[in-house]
Design a protein around this ligand. Sequence first.
Ligand code: ATP
Ligand code: MG
Length: 424
Amino acid sequence: MVNGIKAIRGMNDILPHESYFWSHFEMKMQQWLAAYGYRNIRTPIVEQTDLFIRSIGEVTDIVEKEMYTFVDHLNNDSLTLRPEGTASCVRAVIEHNLLYSGPQRLYYAGPMFRHERPQKGRYRQFHQVGVEALGFAGPDIDAELIIMCSRFWQSLGISGLRLEISTLGNAETRALYRTRLIKYFEQHREALDEDALRRMHSNPLRILDSKNPGMQAIIENAPKLIDDLDVESYDHFESLQGILREQGINFQINLRLVRGLDYYNRTVFEWVTDKLGAQSTVCAGGRYDGLIAQVGGKSAPACGFAMGVERLLALMQETGNPVKQPVPDIYVVHQGEQVANYAWKCAELLRDEGFDVVLHCGGGNFKAQMKKADASGASYAVIIGDEELKTEEVTLKPLREPVKQASVKLIDISEIIRKEHLKS
Ligand code: ATP
Ligand code: MG
């Protein structure tokens, strides 16, 4: 390898034998989102660092230690590779005043960047599909977002995903809860790790999101937010549950659910699997009614979620519908200089007919070319030599079925192949 240069740790190449699986996923994803009236938004991968600090929260894992932040030396701006998509989406919606024409159903898809310890299901460049419903107060839209997830899992053939939901109440709920939590953690200082001690006063809710196994007991016994819940949030949560039950969506209430980002209020939810080891959450989201104003827009309610594509694809491989690697329909084999000109034309005509056609390049005798045709996975070889050039026909040879080859007119190929397929 040139100078031994390799890809950056935790950032993966997606090779052709995997990328078809990604394309399949993307196609299903686009069909699914279109079916619910969500439209695509594409924002830059780099944003002002402040956007993420303001939205995700200063005392969160992401902002404290996971962001790829650098100085643009041309103007000294502090820039960051996006660690998630909601902040950018909200920034764009405000900047272009999209809510002026009413609520918006939006989605984005693409790479996100977090400086985490790479392991199975956890990478430094990973991909998310994020869905955001802005300008809707819910709880109907909260339910729509959850129900549409469930439908997507079905369409991919994924089974065994568990839905966990909870509520974080309003700002006042969290202020009350915060005081109770600080008191509780103060009484259990000895059980807290360094991160927790540091966050105890700045952001005690974050402690509940700790992955430290040694702290799980103290977290388990911590007071629960639900006891401070405001009436409106309680009603919102009840209505959401009502819709989910009515629509046959199974869920568990997990009062321990706190998301890793500060902007959530009221509804939060996660889709969790037991099949991927420690990296078990494939999709997560919730309501973020305060975020638009926090980023500088006119206050409006909103709700959304993001799914981790790598984790979902891993789950699809375990439990999803099988996806076939694409192969060409036809591999065109040819020999002789004049024949080559004819072969180019034939290949284009076959593509006009809607076939995926690989034209042999690089010469070689018929035998060697037929080996390539076979290895390509194509269903048919179209063989063109001097004889075919003279008669303006080609030889059509089925490669995967015990059917004899035959001389045929190019214009008849389409019909012949379609008939063969009807038979098999
Ligand atoms: P986790 O608790 O696993 O770190 P998170 O709460 O940080 O996840 P979110 O910010 O909610 O994750 O992102 C939504 C989804 O994106 C996650 O549920 C997960 O599927 C995926 N995801 C997050 N971080 C990574 C990563 N580093 N590598 C791969 N997928 C990730
Ligand atoms: Mg994380």
